[in-house]
Design a protein around this ligand. Structure first.
Ligand SMILES: [Zn+2]
Length: 90
């Protein structure tokens, strides 16, 4: 579980996500399945908000070690988009 403090936390991971272009599937709001299309590996990323802080975690090895991996970055950007769409529809 890592805390998402600023965009800089995820910057490298976002760059990697742009190169790898993993597929992100929405399970439900806050839960995403990220697939590496090259290897077929899938990981689950969860995003949550606690006391106004955003946290995210990934089931891959890097994620378990508390590192910002590209799965997490890809899912977080999908999550933020979903969150803003939700906010706009209410
Ligand atoms: Zn990961």
């Amino acid at each position: 579980m890592i805390q998402l403090t600023s965009a800089a936390t995820l910057e490298k991971a976002i760059n990697k996500a742009r190169t790898v272009k993993p597929r992100v599937r929405v399970n439900c709001f806050g839960s995403y399945t990220v697939t590496n299309k090259q290897t077929g590996a899938t990981y689950t990323v969860t995003c949550e908000k606690r006391d106004g802080n955003r946290f995210a975690s990934c089931t891959c090895r890097a994620g378990e070690l508390g590192r910002a991996c590209y799965h997490l970055a890809a899912a977080v950007s999908a999550h933020l988009q979903l969150a803003s769409e939700r906010a706009a529809s209410h």
